[in-house]
Design a protein around this ligand. Structure first.
Ligand code: ATP
Ligand code: MG
Ligand code: MG
Ligand code: MG
Length: 480
């Protein structure tokens, strides 16, 4: 079943059960806690928080999501994209646990002839929060799941909150057993690559208090909410992977065409060499994320969102070079992504000229310094080893970033390939120092000019941008 059909069936299932169909929000929403929209519920936050009354009791959407925190998994696990589509259904004080479980179960197990996904009920496992006996009971009642296929998990995995006082509650995740060829028996608690997570149901039933410590689960639950809500998210690419019988999310119908193009450009074959295969998958994943981010207005830069985009695009270029291609490639990949994704996102066609030129310009800028930077890197690596160390100095990473436009993760990746680490703290200290100086300079310029209105309006428009390094990007919080 093609991805578009998976999406259509999801929307139809929920439209037919009284849900208002809401279009995907942009990847960029005005939310100080999020770089990018990373879950379907983000655009509905004001309703969940009770700031604005929900205009409908039930809603459904297919939301574009970007999770930068998953970047290191890309190409290595079978199931993590940086860009993916999250299909969701939401209840604002309407149905609760039983309804959410019924809806999900019906859609995934109904036969394909009757509009469902036709997954085999016997291969479905779920997790519930430790003390959520109600959810466990409902899984048995609604789906007939035996106790051994209902596993229990603690706060870190199966309890949701926004990390601030507000709604919170237990969650329940749905997994599909891909079979013994994919790993160990025993359910998701034993092996999450054999038992692949496809859907997460969040039961917002309680009020969360202030944090009481640094941990994700350091807070108290104050008591029940006046109205209970449902927030769910199904991974479209993961369901596509299962229904298309492919090995991983990168081989699904909307992602795989980029791999094909990379094969064509490089003359190498996907499936022939495990190291190349990771590169093929990274290219396919990042190309899609890059195009979708540019389409939503992000441009490459050294700050926040633009920096994430820059890292992704430069990683594609480098991965393609490691496949032996030295010509520009981003324009080719952008076209393939457009052709695959435009039926769902027509703006990729109407905006293509702009997307294409942003990507090509970034590639040109990077290629201009890549060779010189690589030489500096190799010299530094040799020096480091000669000095009997295995850690590249932060000052080198900084020089590569500052002079040659190497994102820190590129330096980290190149170092790792040579068995070296990088003094990341040293790198970050130099970055902060540079930013502090830049701010001082700007302040000096501002007082030197009578008219500061341009600075003011820039500041108002963009806020004060802080450099967000590699680790901070990883800390971007999980929302579901
Ligand atoms: P995982 O444990 O596999 O990393 P998760 O628990 O972080 O997933 P949720 O936050 O529960 O994921 O998101 C809801 C659903 O979105 C998941 O059940 C999964 O199907 C899908 N999903 C999450 N992250 C990704 C990703 N990086 N790529 C593709 N699909 C994803
Ligand atoms: Mg995750
Ligand atoms: Mg999970
Ligand atoms: Mg989950």
């Amino acid at each position: 079943m093609q991805t578009h059909e998976i999406n259509n069936r999801f929307i139809e299932h929920f439209r037919n059960t009284g849900h208002t169909v809401v279009p995907s929000a942009s990847l960029i929403l005005d939310d100080p806690n999020l770089l990018f929209v990373n879950a379907g519920m983000v655009q509905f936050k004001p309703y969940f928080l009770g700031e604005v009354p929900a205009p409908y009791p039930r809603a459904t959407s297919i939301q574009k999501c970007v999770r930068t925190a998953d970047i290191d998994e890309v190409g290595k696990t079978t199931r993590h994209n940086t860009f993916f589509q999250m299909a969701g259904n939401f209840s604002f004080g309407d149905y609760f646990k039983e309804g959410a479980i019924e809806h999900a179960w019906q859609l995934i197990t109904a036969s394909q002839d009757s509009g469902g996904y036709g997954l085999e009920p016997d291969r479905i496992w779920v997790t519930v929060y430790n003390n959520d006996d109600e959810a466990a009971r409902l899984w048995n009642k609604v789906a007939g799941l035996p106790a051994e296929r209902i596993q229990r998990r603690g706060m870190d995995d199966n309890f949701w909150s926004m990390n601030v006082p507000g709604p919170c509650g237990p969650s329940s995740e749905i997994y599909y057993d891909r079979g013994p060829a994919y790993g160990q028996e025993g359910g998701p608690l034993v092996d999450e690559s054999r038992y692949i997570e496809i859907w997460n149901l969040v039961f917002m039933q309680d009020q969360r208090g202030e944090s009481t410590g640094p941990g994700k689960s350091d807070f108290s639950v104050l008591g029940p909410l006046p109205a209970q809500n449902i927030d769910t998210g199904m991974g479209v690419e993961r369901v596509a992977c299962l229904l298309q019988g492919v090995e991983n999310v990168y081989e699904t119908d909307l992602v795989r065409p980029v791999i094909n193009m990379a094969e064509e450009l490089s003359g190498r074959r996907y499936g022939a060499d495990p190291n190349d295969d990771v590169r093929f998958r990274v290219i396919a994943d990042h190309a899609r994320t890059g195009v979708l981010l540019v389409s939503d207005g992000v441009t490459p830069s050294n700050e926040t969102r633009g920096y994430v985009l820059r890292r992704l695009l430069r990683r594609i270029v480098r991965s393609t070079r490691l496949l032996g291609v030295h010509e520009p490639v981003l324009g080719e990949f952008a076209q393939v992504v457009r052709d695959a994704m435009a039926p769902s996102y027509p703006e990729l066609t109407t905006e293509f000229e702009r997307i294409d030129s942003v990507m090509r310009n970034e590639e040109e800028a990077f290629l201009a310094t890549l060779s010189a930077g690589s030489k500096i890197f190799d010299m530094a690596a040799t020096e480091t080893r000669r000095a009997g160390s295995t850690q590249l100095p932060g000052s080198k990473a900084f020089q590569l970033h500052d002079t040659y436009g190497f994102p820190i993760d590129l330096t980290l990746e190149m170092a790792a390939e040579q068995g070296l680490s990088v003094d990341e703290q040293g790198f970050r200290d130099l970055m902060s120092e540079q930013r502090r100086r830049a701010k001082e300079d700007a302040r000096a310029r501002k007082t030197a000019h009578a008219d500061t209105s341009t600075y003011r309006s820039l500041l108002d428009e963009h806020g004060t941008t802080e450099f967000i390094g590699y680790t901070d990007l990883q800390a971007q919080s999980r929302v579901l």
